[in-house]
Write a protein that binds this ligand. Structure first.
Ligand code: HEM
Length: 404
């Protein structure tokens, strides 16, 4: 096999473990993109693993499920395994993925998301109470953790107070998220979560309401329905896919502003014009999903590199979102007025494009609007931020901020 890129030249052997402990490593990304094309991982856990760090390569692979399949992916396959369940939507390929997506997508239409706007605003206002009162707070624990969980509860139509249970369950499900839990405790929590969701789904089938569980429980396509297990796995996927990601975008976005008062001042001066671009910039800048894997289904050339059937390709969304070839020479700067021609890849691209994108964008926009309303001067750092150290979903563990 020939590759345009060197066989891992300049790539640390332990990549990616531990390389995202402090967010996105600009220097490593640069080294990965520099040869142009794919870089071969020097010490993959098995087989051949290519790293795609450039926007063009990541975009092309994500858009082509026939050549790069999502089955055998990361993270949720492990969750499915934990439940002895079939793979979730994220780990299926056409035609199964097409069927799955057609069944669930209507529950995420913009009209459904828009109906949650009032509920989201109410929760944002409540969570911004410390800011309105002028006191320091942890932007992660007091705001970015509860908000997406409370919004998911609203989306699913379950009591808002259950967000704490969802938090615990999600941590038990995501590999490596909860420290100090034994395997037995994890299993018990997973079973509890599945039982809760299945019970709620049965209730909604019998007595539907205006919520996503009811929509999914009753969704039908050509006489086809989601099985109980598919439904529960999908709901679990929503919890996993929608929480930590949104948490990191929210807290990382607030930190970006706290560290750059000029960017907050720019947004404050022209909010109508810059709110939409600021939301996109926060997503590009934070890129909470660092990478997902694909597997080549056939011999294919990507970015000038020959990839053999069965080779794995790491779509490094974080690096693609900082690629100067797509975002210009200042790609490493946080600029709320940025209007890139290239599409941001924080939500992926192609058939697996994030189903919760509109919801996440709305949460970020409302947070900025409410923060502008209650604290024009914005926020300042009140301590050293701590990162979560994950190499798949990267972001902050703690971030003390104070009204500026
Ligand atoms: C800032 C927040 C978020 C980010 C950065 C994010 C990121 C992503 C990415 C990168 C993918 C594509 C995976 C791939 O390439 O295979 C994805 C898929 C998905 N996301 Fe999100 N997500 C976010 C929020 C949400 C929310 C709030 C929900 C649900 C309430 C959600 C539900 C999903 C689902 C169901 C998929 C799978 C779609 C499919 O495979 O067809 N996400 N997300």
């Amino acid at each position: 096999m020939t590759g345009a890129a060197g066989a891992g030249a300049g790539v640390p052997r332990d990549f990616p473990d531990g390389w995202f402990a402090h967010g996105h490593p600009a220097e490593l990304y640069e080294r990965l993109r520099e040869p142009g094309g794919l870089v071969r991982h020097p010490a993959p856990p098995d087989g051949v693993l290519w790293i795609a760090g450039g926007h063009a390569e990541v975009h092309a692979a994500a858009a082509d499920p026939a050549a790069f399949r999502s089955a055998d992916g990361i993270l949720l396959a492990e969750i499915g395994h934990a439940y002895d369940a079939p793979p979730t939507i994220m780990h299926t390929d056409p035609p199964d993925h097409t069927r799955y997506r057609a069944l669930v997508a209507p529950a995420f239409r913009p009209s459904v998301t828009r109906r949650l706007e009032g509920a989201v605003r109410e929760r944002v206002r409540a969570l911004l109470a410390p800011v309105a009162a002028g006191r320091a707070f942890d932007a992660v624990g007091e705001l970015a953790v509860p908000l997406p969980l409370q919004v998911i509860c609203a989306l699913l139509g379950v009591p808002e107070d259950d967000w704490r249970r969802f938090h615990r369950w999600t941590e038990a499900i995501v590999p490596g998220a909860a420290e100090g839990l034994s395997e037995g405790e994890r299993d018990a929590l997973r079973v509890e979560c599945g039982t809760y969701l299945l019970g709620t789904a049965h209730e909604r089938r019998a007595d539907p309401r205006d919520d996503v569980i009811s929509r999914l429980a009753l969704a039908e396509l050509d006489g086809d329905r989601l099985t109980d297990l598919e439904l529960v796995m999908f709901l679990i996927q929503l919890l996993v896919a929608g929480n930590e990601t949104t948490r990191h975008a929210i807290s990382g976005g607030l930190l970006a502003f706290a560290e750059r008062p000029d960017q907050w001042a720019a947004l404050r001066a022209r909010p109508e014009e810059l709110l939409p671009t600021a939301v996109e910039e926060i997503l590009r800048w934070t890129s909470p999903v660092v990478y997902f894997l694909r597997t080549a289904t056939r011999a294919v050339t990507l970015g000038g590199t020959d990839v053999a059937p069965g080779d794995r390709v790491m779509l490094l969304y974080g690096s693609a979102n900082r690629d100067p070839a797509a975002f210009g020479p200042d790609a490493d700067a946080f600029d709320v007025a940025r209007r890139p021609e290239a599409s941001g890849l924080a939500f992926g691209f192609g058939p697996h494009f994030c189903l919760g994108a509109a919801l996440a964008r709305m949460e970020i926009r409302i947070l900025l609007e409410e923060l502008l309303a209650c604290r024009e001067e914005g926020l300042a750092l009140a301590g050293t931020p701590a990162y979560n150290g994950s190499s798949v979903v990267t972001g902050l563990r703690h971030c003390a901020l104070t009204p500026a």
